[in-house]
Ligand binder design. Structure first.
Ligand code: GCV
Length: 699
C-alpha cells in the first residue's frame, strides 16, 4: 500500500509485493550483447534495480558467465526467428497485431521480435529477455516489473511482445508561461515564465511514459505563439536538447510544435508562402541550425490554418504544399512532419445550415491524398468535431488510402469532465480503434489503418493530448492517471481490453486485493457512460459552457461562430448530416454511409449526430426521444450517487489521502451532474412542452 501523502510515483511506486517465486529468476543478471553504457540500457538497469529493491527487497547480482539461475538479457538480430534459437515460443500476450485480434496463432508464434519488441522466456531457473534493440530491453524490463507489481508469477512466461503502433506519442499543450491549454492538473512541468524546466520531474515523466511504451513526446502547445516560436532559436537550444537527451535515454524522441509563420516572426522574410524561395531557404537554414543543436529531435507537429493559426491557405496554397515544403527540408536529418487535420471554418454563421464543421477535415484533406511526401503524417482527431463524449469516427481515417495517417485522441478531459468528473477514456479509444472503415474488405479497422497493417505504412500510430501537469499526483484526479497509463498500453497493444488495462493500472497503483481491484475497475468501466448520460444526448455533443468547456450551457454555442449546433426547436433536435442535410454521411465508405444515412440503421447512440428528429420519435426501447433525454439524465445523476457509495466502500482499504482526494472530486462531479440534468431536462421541457411521463422534478 502506498504511503499517505505521497502520490508522485503513479504506477511505479514499487511498494513491497509478494514474491510469488519470482525472486528466483532475478537473483543474478547476465548481460549478453548490449552496451552497458548505452543510456537506454543504463536506465533499464537502474529501473530494474529500483523496482526489485522496492517490491521484492532484492538486487540482482551481476555475473560474467551464463548463470544457471537468474535473468539473461540477450541481443538477437532484428529478424531472427524463434526457431533459430531452437526454442518454441508461445505468444500469449499483447503482441501479435493479428487481424482477428487472436493471440496464439501459428504465424504469431513465428513472429519476429522486431524493432522495439522483446521476448521473455522462463526455462529452468532462468528468465531470458531477448531483444533486437535497447528499447526492447527497456520495455522488457518494464514488463517484468509489471508482472511483479501485479503479483503474477514469472514462471511459465513464454511471450513475444512487439508494439502494434510504430509511433506512440503524447502531445503536450503546454505554454511557455507555464499554463497548459486544456490542462487540469496544475501548471506545466516543462515551462515556467518563459523558461524551460529540467529537473527530477522531467526524468520521472519519461520513466512513466516509457513504462507504458510511449516513444514520442511533443513538448509544447500546437498553438505556437510568442515565446514558443523561439523554441527553435539559440535562446532555448541548450535546454531543449537536455530534455531531448533525457527522453532519448527512455526511448522517447522529442518533437516540437512549430509556428508556421516563424519566418515572419523570427526576422526572416515577410511571408510564410511555402512556394516562395526566400521562405524555403529560411527554413532550410533554420533546420540545419536546429538539428545541429538537437540532433535526436524527431521533427515537428504543425497546426496550420486552424483557429487563427497561420498556414498555407493564406497564400492560396494547399495543406500538402505547406506540409511537403517542411518535410523535404527536415528529411536529411531523419525528421518527420506531423500535420494536423483539425482545419475548419471557425467563423461560421450559425444561420447557415449547409456549412458543416464535421465535413471540414475530410473536405480539406482528401483531395490531396497521395500527394503528401513520405515523411509527412496527417494527424487526425478521432471524431470530425472535437473530442466529444460521443461522436462519429472521423471519415478521414481510412478515407485517406495513400497517405501516412495517425490517430489523435485526448487524454486531457477537456469535454469529458476535466479530471474532476471520473471518465475512463480507454473504452472510447477502443471503440474508435475497433471501428470498421471499410477502406478495404479486410484489415480495415482504424487500428489496422493507423498501425500500418492496412496500407503497409511505416510512419503511423497514435497520439494523445496529455493530461499531466505539475500537481503532485500528475493528473489532478488520482483516477485520471488511468487514462495516461491506459493510452500508452493501448497504443502499444491495441488488442488489450479496456478492462484488462484498468485492472493492471489498479493493481500497480493501489493494490492487488481483489475487492479493491474489482471496485475501482467497476467504477472506471462504467464512468464514460455515466458521464454521457448526464451531458449531451445521443451524439449531439457540446451544450457546454463556452470557453471553459466544463458544465452545461445548452445554447452556449448555439448562436456562435464555431459550427457546433444542436438545432433544437419546439418540435425536435439534431443535425441532419444525411443526404437531405449537409451530406456528411457520404464521406464514409459503404456500408457505413448508408447505415448512417438511414434513421432505421443509424446506431442509436449517434442518432442526433446524424439526424434531426422530432421529440416524439420512438427509439428501439419504445421510449420517445424526449423521454429518453429525461430518463438518461436522471439515471446519470443516480449513477453518480452510486459511484460515490461504491467509492466510500473503499475507505480504509486504500491510502486515506487518495480516498479523500477522489471523494472530494466525486462531490464536485455530483454537483456538475445535477446541473447538467436540470438544465438539459428543463431546456427540452420548455422547448417541447412535453412533460416527463414519470412526473419528476423538471424546472
Ligand atoms: C490547442 C479545441 C480546443 C483548443 C485546442 C484545439 C486544437 O478547439 O478547445 O483549445 O487548441 O481544439 O485541437 O487545436
Amino acid at each position: 500500500m502506498r504511503e499517505t501523502g505521497r502520490w508522485t510515483q503513479l504506477w511505479l511506486a514499487y511498494k513491497p509485493r509478494q514474491d510469488m517465486g519470482n525472486g528466483l529468476y532475478l537473483a543474478h543478471i547476465f548481460w549478453d550483447g548490449f552496451d552497458r553504457q548505452d543510456p537506454v540500457i543504463e536506465n533499464a538497469q537502474a529501473e530494474l534495480a529500483k523496482g526489485l529493491a522496492g517490491m521484492l527487497g532484492t538486487v540482482p547480482k551481476e555475473v560474467d558467465e551464463l548463470p544457471s539461475d537468474g535473468l539473461i538479457v540477450r541481443r538477437i538480430a532484428e529478424h531472427q526467428h524463434p526457431e533459430e534459437n531452437n526454442v518454441r515460443y508461445e505468444i500469449k500476450c499483447e503482441t501479435t497485431g493479428m487481424p482477428d485480434g487472436t493471440s496464439a496463432t501459428k504465424e504469431a508464434q513465428e513472429a519476429e521480435v522486431g524493432p522495439e519488441g522483446y521476448r521473455l522466456v522462463q526455462e529452468g531457473k532462468t528468465l531470458t529477455l531477448t531483444a533486437a534493440d535497447e528499447k526492447g530491453v527497456l520495455y522488457g524490463v518494464f514488463h517484468i516489473l509489471r508482472q511483479i507489481a501485479l503479483e503474477q508469477p514469472l514462471k511459465g512466461l513464454h511471450i513475444t511482445c512487439r508494439p502494434d503502433n510504430p509511433l506512440r506519442m503524447l502531445n503536450h499543450w503546454d505554454n511557455m508561461d507555464g499554463s497548459i491549454e486544456r490542462g487540469y492538473s496544475g501548471r506545466s512541468f516543462f515551462f515556467e515564465n518563459g523558461e524551460i524546466l529540467v529537473d527530477e520531474r522531467t526524468r520521472d515523466y519519461a520513466r512513466f511514459a516509457a513504462s507504458v511504451g510511449i516513444n514520442g513526446v511533443v513538448l509544447n502547445n500546437v498553438n505556437v505563439k510568442d515565446r514558443a516560436t523561439w523554441l527553435i532559436t539559440d535562446r532555448y537550444f541548450d535546454k531543449v536538447s537536455e530534455i531531448a537527451r533525457i527522453f532519448a535515454g527512455y526511448g522517447i524522441r522529442l518533437f516540437l510544435s512549430l509556428n508556421y509563420a516563424a519566418p515572419m516572426e523570427l526576422g526572416g522574410p515577410d511571408s510564410a508562402d511555402p512556394l516562395d524561395e526566400a521562405v524555403i531557404s529560411w527554413w532550410k537554414e533554420k533546420f540545419a541550425e536546429v538539428f545541429a543543436r538537437i540532433p535526436n529531435l524527431g521533427g515537428f507537429l504543425v497546426k496550420a490554418d486552424s483557429e487563427g493559426r497561420p498556414g498555407p491557405f493564406t497564400y492560396g496554397r494547399t495543406q500538402a504544399d505547406g506540409a511537403n515544403m517542411l518535410a523535404d527540408l527536415v528529411k536529411p536529418y531523419g525528421g518527420i512532419i506531423i500535420w494536423r487535420c483539425f482545419v475548419y471554418n471557425c467563423t461560421q454563421d450559425w444561420r447557415d445550415r449547409k456549412t458543416d464543421r464535421a465535413r471540414a477535415g475530410y473536405d480539406n484533406f482528401i483531395g490531396m491524398d497521395g500527394d503528401y511526401h513520405d515523411n509527412v503524417i496527417l494527424q487526425i482527431k478521432n471524431g470530425p468535431m472535437d473530442f466529444q463524449i460521443r461522436e462519429a469516427v472521423s471519415p478521414l481515417l481510412g478515407g485517406l488510402t495513400r497517405t501516412n495517417q495517425m490517430l489523435e485522441v485526448q487524454a486531457a478531459q477537456e469535454y469529458t469532465g476535466q479530471q474532476i468528473d471520473l471518465c475512463y477514456l480507454i473504452p472510447l479509444f477502443k471503440e474508435v480503434l475497433d471501428f470498421k472503415t471499410y477502406c478495404k474488405p479486410e484489415l480495415n479497422t482504424v487500428a489496422d489503418v493507423v498501425s500500418g497493417r492496412t496500407f503497409g505504412n511505416q510512419l503511423c500510430g497514435m497520439a494523445a493530448v496529455s493530461n499531466t501537469g505539475n500537481d503532485a499526483n500528475w493528473t489532478g484526479n488520482d483516477l485520471a492517471a488511468a487514462n495516461f497509463y491506459g493510452f500508452g498500453r493501448l497504443a502499444f497493444s491495441t488488442s488489450l481490453t479496456a478492462q484488462e488495462i484498468a485492472s493492471e493500472w489498479v493493481g500497480m497503483t493501489y493494490s492487488n486485493d481483489e475487492t479493491v481491484k474489482q471496485t475501482i475497475v467497476r467504477l472506471l468501466m462504467g464512468s464514460r457512460e455515466t458521464y454521457e448520460k448526464y451531458t449531451s444526448p445521443l451524439g449531439i455533443g457540446w451544450m457546454v459552457t463556452p470557453n471553459t468547456h466544463y458544465g452545461p450551457s445548452v445554447d452556449g454555442y448555439e448562436y456562435s461562430r464555431w459550427g457546433t449546433y444542436h438545432r433544437a426547436d419546439h418540435l425536435g433536435l439534431g443535425v441532419d448530416r444525411t443526404d437531405t442535410g449537409t451530406g456528411y454521411v457520404r464521406q464514409y465508405h459503404e456500408p457505413n454511409a448508408s447505415r448512417y444515412n438511414s434513421v432505421e440503421t443509424c446506431p442509436e447512440e449517434l442518432l442526433l449526430f446524424f439526424h434531426h428528429l422530432p421529440y416524439t420519435y420512438r427509439l428501439k426501447s419504445g421510449k420517445t426521444l424526449i423521454q429518453h433525454i429525461y430518463d438518461s439524465h436522471f439515471e446519470g445523476v443516480e449513477e453518480t450517487e452510486e459511484m460515490i457509495r461504491v467509492w466510500e466502500s473503499l475507505k480504509g482499504k486504500i491510502p486515506e489521502d487518495s480516498y479523500a482526494l477522489v471523494r472530494e472530486r466525486f462531490e464536485r462531479q455530483l454537483y456538475n451532474a445535477r446541473e447538467w440534468r436540470d438544465q438539459v431536462n428543463s431546456y427540452f421541457y420548455r422547448k417541447s412542452g412535453i412533460p416527463d411521463e414519470k412526473g419528476r422534478a423538471i424546472f
